[in-house]
Structures are given as structure tokens and as C-alpha cells.
Design a protein around this ligand. Structure first.
Ligand code: 5GP
Ligand code: MG
Length: 184
């Protein structure tokens, strides 16, 4: 798999070091609070697992699954929920955890959905933030790394459902896209 990568943007060591800092901030900010982490499937799995083991405090964990409405273009911003929350967020301090803030459509929509359920507070942690304008000027409260506007894989992020298991982040060689048949 390493052979398919062009440039490594973030290596394992710098990712793990940054996670120590982020977890420290979160632990301080949520001390004594009723923290509930909500991971956004599937890209957040690596990030949330690494965060969790660094948060030695009482917390709950749930997942939400969303997908762009099939057939709709991204610009409509239509999302369907593929996995609903299981736990009650009412009165809880909810921290949504996702892999990457790109257009912001996904997180703006999730914010709208969860806000209606009456959490005590609602914040967002993203592993990566792309250097592009975001929907409704969406801002994450915790950001692992800022990256240029390139398509990246690894550390939970996929290309056609592959490369999520790489412990680092990089871009793919153009030959990978060229050799792939479109998945319908
Ligand atoms: P949004 O555009 O709504 O902010 O991001 C939606 C989703 O698109 C992200 O959660 C992520 O799954 C995917 N995405 C956005 N940018 C990238 C990227 O550079 N690489 C990969 N693999 N997925 C991305
Ligand atoms: Mg995602």
C-alpha cells in the first residue's frame, strides 16, 4: 500500500504527538462535565480510538453514520442517516469527532441534527481541516492539523474504501486513480 502513495503529509510520530496535545486540551475543557463523544462513521475510527485511550475520564461513546444522498450532487448538501445515535444526548456535553473538515456540509448538517436533540453543549473535533471555505463558515473547536486542498488517504481516510488502515496520511500517486475502474 505504501507504494501507492505519492507524498506523506503527516507521519505516525507527528500524528501521535499532536494527539497528546489535543487530548490534553479536551481533558482540561471537559473536566467534571458529562462528556459524550460521537464519532462520525467511518473515517473517524482511527482518530477517535487514539483520542479515547488518551482520555482517562468518565465519558460515553456513540457513533453516527451519514452518507451523501445517492444520486444527489454534493452541492445539494442532502445527507441520509445510515446509523442513528443510540444514546440520549439531551443535557449532555457532546463532542462530535470526524476525520476531516472539507466543504463542511457533513458537519453543518450533523450540527443541525444534534442541536435539535437538546444537548447541554455541542462542539466539534476534526483530525484534519482543509484550507478551503466551509459551509456556513463552519468552525471546528479542535483541529489536529491544517492541510492544503489535496485529496488525502490514511489514518481512517479512504479512497474507494481502501487505505483507512494506514497509520499516516498521504496523497495517492496519479497512477492509482488511472488504474482504478469506477465503482458504481
Ligand atoms: P465535507 O466536504 O462534508 O466537509 O466532508 C465530507 C467527507 O468527505 C469527510 O468526512 C470525508 O469522509 C470525505 N473527504 C473530504 N475530503 C477528503 C479527502 O481529502 N480524503 C478522503 N479520503 N476523504 C475526504
Ligand atoms: Mg466522513
Amino acid at each position: 500500500m505504501r507504494d501507492d502513495l505519492d507524498e506523506i503529509l503527516l507521519n505516525e510520530t507527528e500524528i501521535q504527538r499532536r494527539l497528546n496535545e489535543l487530548a490534553g486540551e479536551i481533558q482540561r475543557d471537559y473536566a467534571g462535565r458529562d462528556l459524550m463523544l460521537v464519532g462520525v462513521l467511518t473515517g473517524s475510527v482511527m482518530f477517535i480510538a487514539d483520542l479515547l485511550r488518551r482520555l482517562p475520564m468518565p465519558l460515553r461513546l456513540d457513533y453516527i453514520g451519514v452518507s451523501s444522498y445517492h444520486g444527489a450532487t454534493r452541492s445539494t448538501g442532502e445527507l441520509i442517516v445510515t446509523k442513528a445515535l443510540k444514546l440520549d444526548v439531551r443535557g449532555r456535553d457532546v463532542l462530535v469527532v470526524d476525520d476531516i473538515l472539507d466543504t463542511g456540509l457533513t458537519l453543518a448538517k450533523i450540527r443541525e441534527m444534534i442541536q435539535k436533540l437538546g444537548p447541554r453543549s455541542l462542539k466539534f473535533a476534526v483530525f484534519l481541516e482543509k484550507d478551503v471555505p466551509h459551509q456556513d463558515n463552519f468552525q471546528a473547536d479542535y483541529v489536529g492539523f491544517h492541510i492544503p486542498n489535496k485529496f488525502v488517504v490514511g489514518y481512517g481516510l479512504d479512497y474507494q474504501e481502501r487505505y483507512r488502515n494506514l497509520p499516516y496520511v498521504g496523497t495517492l500517486k496519479p497512477s492509482v486513480y488511472e488504474s482504478d475502474r469506477p465503482v458504481l
